[in-house]
Design a protein around this ligand. Sequence first.
Ligand code: ASP
Ligand code: MG
Length: 408
Amino acid sequence: MALIVQKYGGTSVGTVERIKAVASKVAAARERGDGMVVVVSAMSGETNRLVSLAKDICKRPDPRELDVLLSTGEQVTIALLSMALQEIGCPARSYTGAQVHILTDSAHSKARIRDIDDARVRADLDAGRVVVIAGFQGVDESGNITTLGRGGSDTTAVAMAAALKADECQIFTDVDGVYTTDPRVEPKARKLDRITFEEMLEMASLGSKVLQIRSVEFAGKYNVPLRVLSSFEEGEGTLITFEDECMEEAKISGIAFSRDEAKLTIRGVPDQPGVAYSILGPISGANIEVDMIVQNIAEDNTTDFTFTVSRNDFPKALEILKETAQVLGAREAEGDDAIVKISLVGVGMRSHAGIASKMFETLAKEGINIRMISTSEIKISVVVDEKYLELGVRSLHDAFDLAAESSE
Ligand code: ASP
Ligand code: MG
């Protein structure tokens, strides 16, 4: 008997009809003899609705109370799904996060899971029941309800799978897997059968919003085989797992991109120790995350410094940088928020030279100017003007033959 943790997202449980459909799927799996733990999200739109109710009362709701409110969305779904299971003759029991002791820290709205007491779940499984658990929520040491951040049900499912040493954690969603790139940008994008944890982290953090990033980190850390698949279509989905030999052959697994980018430049700063810190210190002091950083080679003892931030943070970051420019006696500070980042991702890139030059050649042929470049072991990212996003992604997808089945 295999032990499977399944997670159904908001659209998969968005109506009573869909909840019934989930119930039949789960019941069928149990019939085949698998132990079933099911984690569910709130019905689609529900968490947003609750957030806006709170906002109608106060601009900045108390974080503790907001978590009490938001956790109710999932509580509705667990009860309805358990009823739907029982209705078709499948024994089931629902639990909130607190009831199964998903112990978290006290960081409301972004709590981290510390420990799960699996005794109750195991007892139900032993008794042949399906266990239905509310995603996205836990409880801190003082008994306060916490939530794990938007999309947090994915993390609940993976944590549950890790605690139970489940054979697989299956994330059912409205897409049928992880694609070589976003099919809305490149219709020739192909579903991947497998991808590594490392690659998935890069794809997720770069904008393919299939899974909450934390759930992938968690799965990698505890070696939980994770599968993304569609609740609406049959199929094997995409398995996220460790690297194996056949994966080495694929140089590139996918192309990630992000529109949520802006870059800032400070010119003519003195080239001396402490300058990078003087520039970036105040930025991180304002809780703004910096992604790419480039410092030019100094000329006449001064240098230029460019970095990227997410677009939301751009106005604030520019304001801070202008102040820094004054303090440092820099020539100027300027920025551009009409840029995007495109990244090639693949574990095979480690052992293959020439990927970067092929990428640059491809972009050059299209007349796309590269504004910044950064590389890591398994990815190469470029910053280009926003208007080139589609062209850039499509030409790279072609150049690296990602639409072809054999390239996997
Ligand atoms: N319901 C929460 C959200 O909308 C958690 C989740 O669905 O994973 O973000
Ligand atoms: Mg989700």
